[in-house]
Design a protein around this ligand. Sequence first.
Ligand code: 13P
Length: 270
Amino acid sequence: MSSLLVVMVWNESENGTIGRMKSLLVANWKMNPPTFKEAKKLFEATKKAADTVKSVSIVVAPPAIYVRELRASYRGKRIAFGVQNAHFEAKGSYTGEISMAEAKDAGAAYVIIGHAERRAMGETNDDTRKKVASAIAHSIFPVLCVGEKERGHEGEHFDLIKEQLKTGFADVLIAKIPRVMIAYEPVWAIGAETAMNPRDMHEMAIFIRKTIVGLYGEKGMVVKILYGGSIDERNASDMLTHGDIAGLLVGRASADPEKLTALVRAIKNV
Ligand code: 13P
């Protein structure tokens, strides 16, 4: 299922470059909705959107407790599932945590790692390094989130992003880079009123790629970059067209059936 979706989204050519075939939307439901009944309703709307707009692939990352049942109810191939976090240790005494193996067993093919809201709770770059490595070891695709809290006049945020990337990728072998997606989410644009300017995203995408190429050489060009932060039906198409990105990581607009439907429709022809 997971590899199927990736084959659908990415056309990997022989020289290792990737041709974009469709847009990817990662739906980070965060800690929503409050009941499984509502989760099923939201998933129904997501399913319908995915079925009607074939140019968009969707990864649904609900609260982990909903993953198994939603996955079990789904017969299609157009949606994959993810979790919003998982521990790097394989098992043990970590109250309240779930492991990569457990997430995978529940049906998750993707794991969001280092989200700004997890970093705000104390997650470090070194934790993200271990989680990315553990995800790869368990054949789950990591979505490594990076992003600065604020922008300085001297471009200090580039140093911070570079550090987040370098540490997050420190244990990733060159052969595994195509498995890792990078989600650039500037903290100041998360839960805000407006998204970042697509031109600034374009600049950041070049910087991210340059950083990965600096680590791995030309093979680093395969890295897939997503943008996240206040994306909705009004700005999504512009961001996909001008942001030099492969897809979007969406919070609020993915956790509301009407907004999600409008968003997917808005990027139908991108
Ligand atoms: P919003 O789309 O609600 O701004 O959240 C972005 C985000 O954090 C996605 O992971």
